[in-house]
Ligand binder design. Structure first.
Ligand SMILES: *Cc1c(COP(=O)(O)O)cnc(C)c1O
Length: 495
């Protein structure tokens, strides 16, 4: 059977090593006709290297079989809340593959890579206009990385004001993404939690009570992780500034407000965006992402290095801001991802971005309306880009957890929504359809969620053991995490 077709059934059981036959090769290496020279040090050589021995066809079939096991936005609806799994237009990739961009060397002289640098300059100007915060660094490689940059910038600014010793606290809402408190802690601050009020907005009384000369910043996600607008955020910004603190904006949910609301106009001092969310660059198995950090004039001197700047001679250059927090990674960030984001921004234009946000919001509200009554909706008001239902009724009355519902949805052909986040919603089911799903896809998703709710009533055991159709069923996650098998071993192949 070795080297046979995609072998759907044996996926996972047989890796490329186990599929080979001695002597098979995927490439021909011509024999060397010239004079043989001795190798420099034959002590360093091994007699044999264990490599999978597959024909080229066998190798292609192996990877093709693997690739169709993956679920991506190119294969189906992917309503993973807070992650904005929107369609990534192929023109982005075409642009990023252009020879001049794909082959630019990170250490090339500025004069030789003006195209790449000008794209970064113009992308930065565009994002600056969209956020109302005109100063940008593309150094952060992800949203969480952008947060760290922003909070370190705040720390440096406080240090220059002589207040870093006294301002030791950062206020973070209880609905925040886990990266917010983690960032504040990593940057050396203490986290104080702001509870969410019954209407889904920040509890104002807590903010007013907590704001004093020990507060460095408040981190606010806008719109928040419930998919709701943070009411009165402009007044909150005023209160924070009066107390001498900074307002950090988690812009991961920018997809709801592109071209409509500007963080700078609301009083935010510094914000990060997730280009791999709102700007249709790939999430790609954990990276490469881009989480540019944007800020006010006051914080601009602290931006991570480098930033792009147009000099008087018309050349675009990379420069270090004067009080920079330093470098966050090598070179200037994920340059090819920035080309993709720029292609997206230019292809849509301001009107297109605005329309995309409008459609994303409409789609989330369509989910909300269709699914209403089938699952609990703890914060029952019109939403922005996403809607957070709860499986708590199913859990209480039927013994079915949100986890079971999510796993069963796989059998219906959908990627599950985000579950158990935000933490303030019990048994949370966080659904973000994005603008790229057409109405019939949204209806099909909702039909599947309703079918699963009905199954939970009649046949909970089916949900407890789902998924049934996936190549790998329900995992023992504790064992998978504690005793992972990460390396092929000769005898590890089971049937
Ligand atoms: C995705 C997300 C983050 C973190 O962004 P990464 O790019 O995954 O590091 C932070 N906050 C919110 C609200 C998010 O949705």
């Amino acid at each position: 059977m070795s080297g046979s077709g995609p072998g759907v059934a044996d996926f996972g059981a047989r890796l490329s090593f186990d599929r080979g036959e001695p002597g098979r090769r995927a490439v021909d290496v011509p024999s060397w006709a010239g004079e043989e020279a001795p190798l420099p040090d034959d002590r360093l050589l091994r007699d044999s290297v264990r490599l999978p021995e597959l024909s080229q066809g066998g190798l292609v079939r192996y990877y093709t079989a693997l690739s169709v096991r993956n679920f991506g936005i190119d294969s189906g609806t992917y309503p993973l809340g807070s992650c904005t799994m929107k369609y990534n237009p192929k023109v982005n990739d075409t642009m990023a593959s252009l020879f001049g961009f794909a082959r630019a060397h990170p250490q090339a002289l500025a004069e030789d890579v003006q195209g790449t640098l000008r794209i970064q300059l113009e992308l930065g100007r565009g994002l600056g206009e969209l956020t109302g915060l005109p100063n940008v660094s593309f150094s952060p490689a992800a949203g969480a990385h952008g947060e760290l940059a922003g909070v370190l910038m705040v720390a440096s600014a406080l240090d220059d004001r002589g207040e870093l010793e006294t301002r030791r606290r950062i206020l973070v809402p209880d609905s925040a993404h886990g990266t917010n408190p983690a960032t504040a802690t990593m940057a050396g601050f203490k986290v104080a939690q702001i509870p969410t009020g019954a209407d889904g907005s920040l509890d104002r009384a807590t903010i007013e009570r907590e704001l004093d000369e020990t507060v460095a910043a408040v981190m606010v996600t806008a719109p928040n992780t419930l998919g709701l607008w943070e009411r009165g955020i402009e007044e909150v910004a005023g209160l924070i500034h009066d107390a001498g603190g900074y307002l950090y904006g988690d812009g991961a949910n920018f997809n709801a407000i592109m071209g409509r609301v500007r963080f700078g106009d609301l009083g935010f001092d510094v914000v990060h965006l997730n280009l791999h969310k709102s700007f249709s660059t790939p999430h790609g198995g954990g990276g490469p992402g881009a989480g540019p950090v944007l800020c006010s004039e006051e914080l601009a001197p602290y931006l991570p290095t480098p930033v792009v700047e147009e000099s008087d001679d018309g050349l675009v250059r990379l420069v270090a801001p004067e009080r920079s927090i330093g470098r966050l990674q090598q070179f200037q960030g994920n340059a090819a991802v920035l080309v993709r984001a720029y292609a997206y921004m230019r292809a849509l234009g301001l009107d297109g971005l605005r329309a995309a946000s409008g459609q994303a919001v409409l789609n989330a509200n369509y989910v909300r309306a269709l699914l209403h009554g089938h699952y609990d909706l703890p914060y029952d008001r019109p939403v922005l880009h996403e809607v957070v239902f709860s499986g708590s009724r199913q859990r209480r009355e039927l013994g079915v957890r949100t986890y079971d519902i999510a796993k069963r949805l796989i059998d219906h052909g959908f990627h599950p929504p985000t579950v158990y986040f935000p933490l303030i919603v019990e048994e949370a089911l966080m659904i973000e359809p994005t603008e790229s799903e057409p109405p019939e896809a949204i209806e099909a998703l909702v039909d599947a969620l309703i079918a699963v709710a009905e199954e939970a009533e009649g046949d909970p055991a089916t949900l407890h053991h789902a998924p049934w159709t996936a190549p790998i069923g329900r995992l023992d996650e504790a064992t998978a995490a504690r005793r992972p098998v990460l390396r092929w071993q000769e005898d590890s192949a089971s049937p």
